[in-house]
Design a protein around this ligand. Structure first.
Ligand SMILES: *Cc1c(COP(=O)(O)O)cnc(C)c1O
Length: 225
């Protein structure tokens, strides 16, 4: 019953309009099912293979969110069922998602991953790159994808002020884009930011979607995957 209690506690602190993505990576389907039975329907995974394996054994009304880096050659495995991809970091990837969505006669919703943390990472657009991306002539041509917002991660630090400032940068970018002119297949409705250690800060700064793992399922044992 720990999972149920954790979920209830987190949901109590979330505004109604904010979606809780329960990040179930590394945890076995039996634990995901416990969260499902407590009423949770939205789950996040960071690896394609693991998400497919869980999709196959868990109830079909689960909404699966991919939150980790996605390689173009693996899009085909999740295209039949994925609900939202948080981690789009290139036009090439978005084009492949569009192609696979079309093959499956689906429209797949996506978020653009924005890099605001201090750490070096190869993934995600810079805020400047996002603004340029919106001007791309290729973007409006995509028929089977919808970009519905942004996803970002704050720095891995105890410095709450720094984390807050990074969330503020994301929210400002989100609002600026929202007020500007966007292609028809792009809207700024979801801002995915906040994890176990910083989701309350993220909510204060305007998050609409928090991705919470360890605060629900406990610490992860990476030797299991
Ligand atoms: C693992 C992960 C999370 C959840 O992390 P917790 O600290 O366990 O809440 C959120 N977002 C992404 C992108 C992740 O990879």
């Amino acid at each position: 019953m720990i999972i149920k209690n954790n979920l209830e506690q987190i949901l109590q602190s979330l505004p109604k309009a904010c979606t809780l993505v329960a990040v179930s990576k590394t945890h076995p389907p039996e634990l995901v099912l416990q969260a499902y039975e407590a009423g949770q329907r939205v789950f996040g995974e960071n690896k394609v293979q693991e998400m497919v394996a869980k999709y196959e054994v868990l109830p079909k009304d689960v909404q699966w969110h991919l939150i980790g880096h996605l390689q173009s050659n693996k899009v085909k495995y999740i295209a039949p069922f994925v609900h939202l991809i948080h981690s789009v970091d290139s036009l090439k990837l978005l084009q492949e998602i569009d192609k696979q969505a079309s093959k499956n006669k689906r429209i797949i919703s996506c978020l653009l991953q924005v890099h605001v943390a201090q750490e070096e990472t190869k993934f995600g657009f810079s805020p400047k790159e996002i603004e340029a991306f919106m001007q791309s002539t290729e973007l409006p041509l995509l028929q089977s994808t919808r970009v519905i917002g942004l996803m970002g991660m704050a720095s891995f630090t105890d410095n709450k002020q720094q984390i807050r400032e990074e969330f503020i940068i994301l929210k400002k970018l989100f609002d600026t884009l929202k007020q500007g002119s966007l292609p028809l297949n792009v809207s700024m409705t979801e801002l995915s930011m906040g994890m176990s250690s910083d989701y309350t800060l993220a909510i204060e700064e305007g998050s609409t979607m928090v991705r919470v793992g360890s605060a629900i399922f406990g610490t992860r044992n990476y030797t299991n995957g």
